[in-house]
Design a protein around this ligand. Sequence first.
Ligand SMILES: *[C@@H]1O[C@H](CO)[C@@H](O)[C@H](O)[C@H]1NC(C)=O
Ligand SMILES: *[C@@H]1O[C@H](CO)[C@@H](O)[C@H](O)[C@H]1NC(C)=O
Ligand SMILES: *[C@@H]1O[C@H](CO)[C@@H](O)[C@H](O)[C@H]1NC(C)=O
Ligand SMILES: *[C@@H]1O[C@H](CO)[C@@H](O)[C@H](O)[C@H]1NC(C)=O
Ligand SMILES: *[C@@H]1O[C@H](CO)[C@@H](O)[C@H](O)[C@H]1NC(C)=O
Length: 669
Amino acid sequence: MVRTYCQNSHQLKVSTMAAFQLLFPLLVSCVVASASPPRHLPPCQVVQMDAFCSDRSLRGAPVNLPHGVQMLDLSRNQVQKLTQETLANHTGFHRLNLHSNKIHFIQPDLFKDMTDLKVLDLSRNHLNVYALSKISIGRLTAVESLDLSSNGLYTGMSDYFLADSPSLANLSLSGNSITKIAQNTFSGASSLKKISLHNNVILEIEDGAFESLHHLTELDLSKNSIACITDFNLYNLKVLNLSKNSIELFQSRQSAHPYNLLYLDLSENKMPYFPFLPSANMLEYLDVSRNRLQSINVSGSHEERRKVMLHNLRYLDMSYNQLKSTPESFFSCLVSLEVLNVSNNCIDSFSITFEGLLPKVKIINLSDNSLQSLTFGENNLQSLEQLFLQGNRLTTLDHQVFQRLPSIRYLYLQQNNLKICNLEQKEYEPVLTDRNQQDPPGCVFFSSVCNLHFLYLSENNLQTLPANAFANTPLELLDLSLNPGLDMDRDSLSGLEDSLVHLLLRENNISRLNTDLSSLRSLRHVDLSTNQLTSLPMWNKQFSIESLNLQNNKLVTLEYRTMLALEHSLKTLYMGSNPLNCCSNLGFFHLVQRSAVDIPDIGTVTCVHEDFSEPVNIKKLTEAMCHRSGTSGYITIVVLVLLAVMIVSGLLVKCCQSRKRKRNRSFNA
Ligand SMILES: *[C@@H]1O[C@H](CO)[C@@H](O)[C@H](O)[C@H]1NC(C)=O
Ligand SMILES: *[C@@H]1O[C@H](CO)[C@@H](O)[C@H](O)[C@H]1NC(C)=O
Ligand SMILES: *[C@@H]1O[C@H](CO)[C@@H](O)[C@H](O)[C@H]1NC(C)=O
Ligand SMILES: *[C@@H]1O[C@H](CO)[C@@H](O)[C@H](O)[C@H]1NC(C)=O
Ligand SMILES: *[C@@H]1O[C@H](CO)[C@@H](O)[C@H](O)[C@H]1NC(C)=O
């Protein structure tokens, strides 16, 4: 039930039982209230026991808050002093939201008797001013969640708010200016489970600052200025975020004590070495992206190098580093790994050859390296579904490298230099190993990759696409864009009749499509933009193309029959930047006008008309512009009449002559 509750009404005593009786005077008072003061603010809204008074320029809670209100939202108002009066002398709140006010004073012990108050949000106020008075706000008897973020607090100031907060579990101090966490900072809040210190300028954490917090499981220290973590020993911590600091060294205490840490985010730091992780760990998620790792050794010297045991690790991000290689031995303990991101490094060779390595990995991201070789042995990477290899320098690959990946579904190979092997027509079914040796070096097979559905091969300088290139590979999407001059065999796409849904042939400088698209029964989305096409591929009514991009080609006349065949399924058509002829495409233009096809680039769809120097936008084209009456019409008629006269007179002359001749002949005879 929603009750609207008015600020200025005195007669109201809201109780849950008298809801109906209340409704009438309430509405009346609303009307009265809105009629009287010139600058009237909308009343708070009361929904059940929650009062919503946000954003109303209030300096305090309305005096006539309903009895028993449990939640008060006074956020985004003008509260400066937080006292009993500002809260209309209520003490039964469960939740108080005061964020984005101008609070610079809190009445000491205000919260002491609020034994139900669990959530207190004081973020975005001026509590630094209050802290200067060096008076504690007193006991936070029941508060479990306290938000003090963005209050301009600096080192030591949090003490005046936390000194006596026995129930506090969740604390945010983010967006302040704290430079140091002292040993006793949290000593008055020993139940803390979760602390956020995100976005401060922490340079120093005193020994023991967090150790006494036995329930602490989540600690966010991201976006600070921490340079070094030595002797990490928070055994109960589950989540530690150290992202966006200046960390050069992360070292755990060497001990047999098990750590509960599950998530460790060390991204965007300055680590030259792999973090020195606890040996007894349960780590599942490790992000060391955007650091300065040059190798996966834990330190520079070889003596100290030790094997990191990461049996539970499921996610490892080492992207944006300076890794030159990833030794196979490193992967041997990663038996649970599902995602490996080593993109944007300097890796030139990647191989997984030992049997059974990375048995659970689903995603490997090797994009933007300088890979020249890629080797997978048998019975490895049995679960690999997505392989990102774009932006490398791959030219020569083992011919059958992708056939060894039984689960591969997505293959991203754009921006490489691959060639596709030619299968001889007769033998394309089983790919025989002895034949591979005969193939010219430097090509790779995409046939018989039995789970591959998505293949991206744009920007590979592909010259030719041989017949049956994808036979026995159930491709749903094929991107061959940006391979200018690509010569596609007539049968290059055969085998994809029932699977191919998306075909991308953008920017290929194709002038004539000699591949037969009309056999691709499942095709729905075709991109042929930025080519040199002068005619449309042939399609008939059996096809259900849904989106077609023909932008920026050389199309003059569209075959009306093809357009009609497309009409029943086509939803989106891009047509702009073609030299269409106005009067020979009237059928198409009508089709556009009457059908539900969406033409997002219709503003650039123009046609050429001899009467106009500039191309005409097809929205402005009318039939009359092509079936011209007036002088030109007359000329046509005159010409036609003249022609008829000439033909008739010609016939007459002939007739006379032949009669003459007949007469002559008879005369001669
Ligand atoms: C902890 O407090 C933050 C900020 O007030 C809030 O976003 C988060 O939901 C709270 N978490 C828990 C578990 O109460
Ligand atoms: C760590 O903090 C950063 C910055 O606030 C955030 O983007 C990232 O998602 C956090 N990491 C985890 C694992 O929560
Ligand atoms: C691969 O990694 C790069 C950079 O690390 C990232 O931008 C890209 O989104 C990743 N790919 C996927 C599919 O996650
Ligand atoms: C690394 O790749 C993973 C999976 O592809 C992705 O989720 C993550 O965002 C990437 N990391 C970066 C820094 O882009
Ligand atoms: C595109 O093809 C034309 C011939 O049809 C050729 O003259 C031109 O050089 C080609 N452009 C590119 C970038 O391959």
